[in-house]
Design a protein around this ligand. Sequence first.
Ligand SMILES: Nc1nc2c(ncn2[C@@H]2O[C@H](COP(=O)(O)OP(=O)(O)O)[C@@H](O)[C@H]2O)c(=O)[nH]1
Ligand SMILES: [Mg+2]
Length: 213
Amino acid sequence: MHIKKAEYIISSPSFEKCPAPDKPEYAFIGRSNVGKSSLINMLCNNEKLAKTSNSPGKTQMINHFEIRSVPKAGDFNETQWYLVDLPGYGFAKISQSSRRRWEQMIENYLRKRENLVNVFVLIDARHSPQKLDLEFIKRLGLWEIPLTIVFTKSDKEKQAIVSKNVKSFLESLRKTQQFLPQHFVTSSEKKLGKKNVLGLIGEMNEGFLSGKI
Ligand SMILES: Nc1nc2c(ncn2[C@@H]2O[C@H](COP(=O)(O)OP(=O)(O)O)[C@@H](O)[C@H]2O)c(=O)[nH]1
Ligand SMILES: [Mg+2]
């Protein structure tokens, strides 16, 4: 896939305020600081698109970006889709009430957004499996929401450790999940995994637009 244009549209405080559900949509979510904004910028070739920061937990909005893509550079058959940057979970310094508000907003969005095709759940490849991530994925499974796991920051650890963490994460998931989701290993720093993620979105766009998803 070749991205022709990526543009920030709007930040919405709730599912009800999101733009009209008239394009296939892909949401990105994960723990605060997991590398979500960096991944979005890497995918879209735009370092300034999503704000990256070292002060996590501040953005509690559903952020929509409109993407125009073609199968490969020079093609004319353009597809439009939405990329959504969701507020991260697991930020320690927030109150119970903000946490509950986050949970409600996310659950509503994930379960009710009719054009949502797939959720990309980001997991930091440097760590062994974390309960919070496993539980979030388990919940998506219960809600029957299609998901893909994206391991991030793979450049920050030795490859053997990344492989070990990926393997043990999937093994932990297998204890509760009948089917393991697809996964990719990425690095925004080294621009790794871009083709995999965009390729999958391209395939799913075709499915959505032909009415199969
Ligand atoms: N080395 C390395 N650092 C990364 C990578 N992705 C994100 N970071 C850094 O991790 C921090 C948090 O990234 P950000 O994208 O803002 O995370 P978010 O809170 O999930 O949106 C920033 O300092 C990034 O520069 C990566 O692939 N490799
Ligand atoms: Mg961010």
